[in-house]
Design a binder for this molecule. Structure first.
Ligand SMILES: C[S@@+](CC[C@H](N)C(=O)[O-])C[C@H]1O[C@@H](n2cnc3c(N)ncnc32)[C@H](O)[C@@H]1O
Length: 376
């Protein structure tokens, strides 16, 4: 898809555009200085102009879009108010501070477009004391799903193409961040919030790690194909934007953290999941591991991470890794990685070292497996 086609889809999204227009008209007062971080085709800058802003700094790292947005600004009588800046926000200074910073750099699961890092930097350097930020907060929500589409995408890699056995690629397919549309009927349990991020109070350095333990009880039988994720944002108090399944449709899809093999579940089965995101300002590494407890049947554990994309070369040299539980697990396991100790023995050592963190051996085995995979 061309860049322009992608922006046309965003412009055509009436739910998104109306919510941002309402929020900007509520937050911007006549005479304000406004920053539109990631202006694209200029939509939010034009709303700020309509709301009476004295000056709008419209920042866009893609120079070709800045030319287009400038032409639209001239055609709409906004050219004297909007100053377009073709650059990445972190790389520039502004001549005066802002009353309002607005951005729509929200990914399917909110964090992928680095909204947290970009806003933390912009707020620290440009926002006047008492200034406003749109969106004010965003909550990431998760639910287990039975999605035929997601299962089909993974199963694609389970067979032969042109006589070549592609089954080895199946694990890669499941370890990727994917986005599809799920419906309320696909949900196997009530959604749970994963994290809530106050975007209007971010400080430097922004958090590098988001992690949460979630527990779900299945409300119907089905095949657990993965976890779906979406976001609910408060743009300003009273103006919400949600991409939840069943809500009025937007151009956003739903993040899907797939399982390599769907797990058969019954109503009442319990799913526990540890979901994590490592964010360094350039990329996000997701991990999703957990297990399904099924009365009278074997527990089934799963353990996925998009870490392989990073080891393939996307890690930033300046990123400061957070001291997450997995790092501590790696440090605890490392002295015993002597070529003779089994995964089970390493997991037992982890349980002895962190008994609260590892109530089950399966959870410790899952962490050891992640460490071993990362180091192999
Ligand atoms: C999702 S689009 C939204 C565009 C426009 N604001 C709208 O609402 O239609 C996000 C835009 O922000 C730009 N962008 C993202 N992060 C940026 C940053 N840190 N500095 C400058 N531009 C950025 C991207 O290139 C993209 O054009």
């Amino acid at each position: 898809m061309s860049l322009l086609a992608a922006h046309a889809i965003m412009l055509a999204d009436g739910v998104r555009g109306s919510a941002y227009r309402d929020a900007i008209h509520a937050a911007v007062r006549p005479g304000d200085v406004v920053v539109d971080l990631g202006t694209g085709t200029g939509l939010l800058a034009f709303f700020a102009c309509q709301a009476g802003a004295r000056r709008v700094f419209a920042i866009e790292r893609d120079a070709s879009l800045v030319g287009l947005a400038g032409a639209v600004a001239r055609a709409n009588g906004c050219a004297d108010v909007i100053t377009f800046v073709a650059a990445t926000s972190a790389a520039i200074e502004l001549p005066e501070p802002a009353d309002v910073i607005v951005t729509e750099t929200l990914g399917h699961f909110a964090l992928e477009e680095q909204i947290v890092h970009a806003l933390a930097d912009a707020r620290a350097r440009w926002l006047k004391p008492g200034g406003r930020i749109i969106p004010a907060d965003v909550t990431l929500v998760v639910a287990p799903v039975d999605s035929a589409e997601s299962a089909r995408r993974i199963a694609f890699w389970g067979g032969e193409r042109f006589g070549i056995d592609f089954r080895a690629a199946r694990r890669w397919a499941a370890d990727a961040f994917d986005a599809i549309c799920v419906t309320p009927d696909d949900l196997l349990a009530s959604p749970q919030p994963f994290v809530s991020v106050r975007l209007d109070t971010l400080r430097l350095p922004p958090p590098a790690c988001w992690a949460g333990e979630l527990a779900f009880e299945m409300r119907r039988p089905g095949h657990l194909s993965g976890l779906a994720g979406w976001f609910e944002a408060t743009l300003v108090p009273g103006v919400q934007l949600t991409t939840a399944p069943g809500a009025p449709g937007t151009h956003w899809k739903h993040a899907v953290f797939a399982l390599e093999t769907p797990i058969g579940v019954e109503a009442g089965d319990r799913l526990t999941v540890a979901l994590g995101a490592l964010v360094d300002g350039r990329s996000v590494v997701w991990s999703w591991r957990g297990e399904v407890e099924r009365p009278r049947r074997a527990r089934v554990a799963f353990d996925h991470s998009t870490i392989d994309e990073v080891t393939a070369g996307r890690a930033s040299q300046t990123a400061v890794p957070a001291a997450t539980p997995l790092f501590e697990a790696a440090a605890a396991a490392a002295p015993h990685l002597d070529g003779t100790t089994t995964v089970g023995e390493l997991a037992e050592r982890l349980r002895l070292r962190f008994p609260d963190r590892y109530p089950s051996l399966a959870r410790a085995v899952a962490d050891v497996a992640l460490v071993v995979r990362a180091l192999a």
